[in-house]
Design a protein around this ligand. Structure first.
Ligand SMILES: [Zn+2]
Length: 339
């Protein structure tokens, strides 16, 4: 059988194949175990060495040529099949793909990031502490001994652990932990989740986020606190924001103050958002109590400083004018997608 003649015939059949099935049959017919070209290789044993070599080469060249032809034909046929499917159905292959929906950071996280940025610019570092705390760090070290009435205000969840543990009621334990391990000067903020055992309503949740701030050095006064807090609120809410400090009481600061900002909505005239007061309560602050400094081994005669605490949820609610804290924890995408 003439190899050239077989080659031509195979080539012709490949070109005129109508579908993938035709191609499979052609491969079997010529290159399969009992295919015509394979048969030729079997007849080699009756030839001389030179003839064997020549024919072997010719067969290999032909096989390669045919395989290449088959591959190209396969692509052409696949395209044709796709076109046929497209014509038969109403699938529009030119239609843009459906976008996968991409999430984003939670509004409270976005606000936390912005706050960290502002305080970093003021030279503060970020410190973290555990959410499950010991009684010592959450209360005693902060000048709130066992029978102190302030403990009633901060009712929390106690854990059934061997060592008496609780879910922290504020981020202030981070102050203590940080001061134990670092030598002043200290300038930190500690954002984090805190817990309260209480009924929920539009402004109360059993867990929420707080921002703690602490600055300890040799000559820190209340005016440093005022300056830093004012700078922060102006960066956060805008350059016009006014603040005021009102005397207050906290066990871990002395003197203690409440920090108010002038209502952003009515500019101090009085509206429903500020209960006609013109001012909004944003958090507590004060000079770190000497007993707290002593509990971490610092000499209050040498070192002073201020601390403040603000609700991150509150700040987020004010910034975006959200009137119900529970929306942040509802997982409702209709709400979250607005940020
Ligand atoms: Zn107002």
């Amino acid at each position: 059988m003439d190899l050239k003649e077989i080659g031509k015939r195979a080539e012709n059949e490949i070109r005129t194949a109508q579908n993938q099935n035709d191609l499979k049959k052609i491969v079997q017919k010529y290159l399969g175990k009992t295919g015509e070209i394979t048969q030729i290789l079997h007849s080699l044993k009756n030839l001389s060495n030179d003839e064997k070599k020549q024919l072997g080469q010719d067969v290999n060249i032909l096989k390669t040529e045919l395989m290449n032809l088959i591959s190209s034909k396969e692509i052409i046929l696949a395209k044709k099949e796709l076109e046929e499917i497209e014509n038969k159905t109403d699938i529009d292959l030119t239609m843009p793909a459906r976008q996968a929906s991409v999430g984003h950071l939670h509004p409270i996280t976005q606000v936390e990031d912005r706050i960290i940025e502002i305080f970093s610019n003021l030279g503060f570092e970020v410190a973290q502490g555990p959410e499950a705390e010991t009684e010592w760090y959450n209360f005693d070290a902060l000048n709130i001994p066992k029978d102190h009435p302030a403990r009633d205000l901060w009712d929390t969840f106690w854990l059934k652990t061997e060592k008496k543990m609780l879910l922290r009621t504020h981020t202030s334990p981070v102050q203590v932990r940080y001061m134990e391990k670092h030598v002043p000067p200290i300038k930190i903020i500690a954002p984090g989740r805190i817990f309260r055992y209480e009924a929920t309503d539009s402004s109360h949740e059993i867990n929420f986020y707080q921002l703690e701030g602490l600055m300890i050095d040799r000559d820190i006064t209340l005016s440093d606190l005022k300056g830093i807090i004012e700078k922060f609120f102006q960066a956060f809410f805008g350059g016009e924001t006014e603040i005021r400090l009102r005397p207050s009481f906290f066990p871990f600061t002395e003197p203690s103050v409440e920090v108010d900002i002038k209502c952003l909505l009515c500019k101090g005239k009085g509206c429903s958002a500020c209960s006609q007061r013109g001012w909004l309560e944003m958090g507590g602050a004060g000079m770190v109590h000497p007993e707290v400094l002593k509990s971490v081994g610092l000499n209050p005669k040498q070192w002073q400083g201020f601390a403040f605490g603000m609700g991150l949820d509150r700040l987020t609610m004010m910034k975006y004018k959200v009137d119900n804290i529970r929306l942040f924890y509802s997982g409702d995408l209709r709400f979250l997608e607005q940020f």
